[in-house]
Ligand binder design. Sequence first.
Ligand code: SF4
Length: 686
Amino acid sequence: MVEMKYVPTICPYCGTGCGLNLVVVDEKVVGVEPWKRHPVNEGKLCPKGMFSHEFIHREDRLTKPLIKQPNGEFKEASWEEATDLVAKKLGEIKSENPDNIGFLACARSPNENIYITQKFARKVIGTHNVDHCARICHGPTVAGLARTFGSGAMTNDFKSIEEADVVFIIGSNNMEAHPLFGRRVIRAKKNGAKIIVADPRFTPTAKLADIYMEFRSGGDVALLNAMMKIIIDEGLQDDDFIKNRTKNYQRLKEIVSKYDLKKAAEIAEVNVEKLVEATMLYAKADKAAIVYSLGITEHRHGADNVMSTANLAMLTGNIGRNGTGVNPLRGQNNVQGACDMGALPTDYPGYQKVVDVDATRLIEQNWTCTLNDCAPGLTVVEMIHAAAAGDIKAMYITGEDPVLSDPDTNHVIEAMENLDFLVVQDIFMSETGKYADVVLPAAGWGEQEGTFTNGERRVQLVRKAVNPPGEAKVDWEIMKEIAVKMGADPKQFTYNNAEEIFDEMREITPQYKGMNRERLERPEALHWPCPDENHPGTGLMHVNTFAHPDGMGVFEPAEYIGPSELPDDNYPLILTTTRTLFHYHASMTRRCKTLDNELPTGYVEIHTNDAKKLGILNRELVKVKSRRGEIEIPARVTDDIKEGEINIPMHFAECAANMLTTSKELDPKSKMAELKVCAAVVEKME
Ligand code: SF4
């Protein structure tokens, strides 16, 4: 008899965190059914979610551990052999200096795996060198909103956007990258809201706008400061809010007073009439919400951009009410959770600082160990630089693919090749896995229990539908085995299931303290902060006070510093990178047949006038070069991008955008690399 079941879980792609049911027939996932009662997506899914099951049973899943042989070929090995080797090599390198080892956690993985990864790094190895892809995604959100609001997360829940009178979207193409959030924007518009979009591309999101402001990539601070100057000049600031709830207003006034319309037009190349019109609309609204994503964060001034959005919201009193707020749309399904779990070189779980002696003592008590409490560890890009320089000797990478997704691919490859020992734990052989000494097969989505935390801080259960293929194991089980082989107290790694890990985690994570499995079983789940088991969770933050100890919000004005690399005679165009409707990074969606059919390879978007000057036709194969590398890629000639700029989606290894991007200069406040702007040239091929 055929056995069929529906397993409710959460989409493995973007940070919207839609609910869906995996349809399982005879132990195989055969389809996806939207989850009708789910509060995030209410029975709707975007194409990525709808076909998300297609990668689960792929034949190229990793099913056995692999050890690289002296001839450079991988050979299958037993778990015993592979974990012995990993424990031995990590032990040797640790004995020289624990900080010679770096860890990348996986933001697509459940919280429980991420918690164990950072515990393994800190407790078993003794290093704070643990980070993950948020660094080059929403690292500036964590840094920028923590400085201004005291908490580095979305201020409102998704639904709240429907109550806005004005939605100001800057650097977010949510109709493609976060479509089920985009649906809320459409609802807001139907409810009467005016939509403002600022973006160098006339994206599907921009096409919905009442006011579209084209501007130059990297000009964000100049544009936002000019908006604030107009507001102050016109007396439209919220004086009561500023007086009662904020600090440092005079400094903000001083800084933004320098950004007049002429300066905004020069730097950001924005149409000033539209800028004034948009500013008046935002400032005069009773409830105005700001929405942003990687267009704001992926710059060497990403934290300044984020803080400028926060300044604008506080200046107009648009915080602490439904329909207002600063709403960063998080990238990966669990990137919010990965930050919350302490996969950060500066923070333990719950954003407790590693330099805070009291926080360190609390964690030591819970983990029964002594921790290195001296200084924060290295961030993702710093680890790559250190590996290239020979200062990091081993890396343990779970579910991330820096060769594809980090800036300056050739430099990342150089770093991977320079390591004495590289462990990659993943569900497929990744671009990075090819450089590994040991590859460990991990259980994927649908094959394990746990929790994801979406972009609105909603902590949701993910459930197991089928067993992992072959000998693949859940991340925390693999790390538990290696920890014990490396001499860790087995009593500290005795977990039998994900729930036990969650319970340990919430003991030391104030924002999650009131959550437990039973409470999370409801489709609504719980938003953090949820400090005790009677607390209903917090959809709307900063209602009466901000999260700083004194309860006040802090204006953090920023001067425009601009991109690290601007066009010149040799590289006359600005290259920016983006995501598409049909792909989420690469390893999973490119293995979903339906999605890959829709968009099987990459392209470079180039403005019609720029293409004409170069004699380039639509779909023609062209060469794109930067100071770091070159790729061959089909051209997509369009009017939907600013003249002088080009755009390449980042998903495609065969024409990888990151061959061209730069990691030379990092944001000093968040260590973000400049993924959204570099100088490039497009050449017609013979
Ligand atoms: Fe999945 Fe995001 Fe699409 Fe929802 S919007 S179905 S979470 S990819």
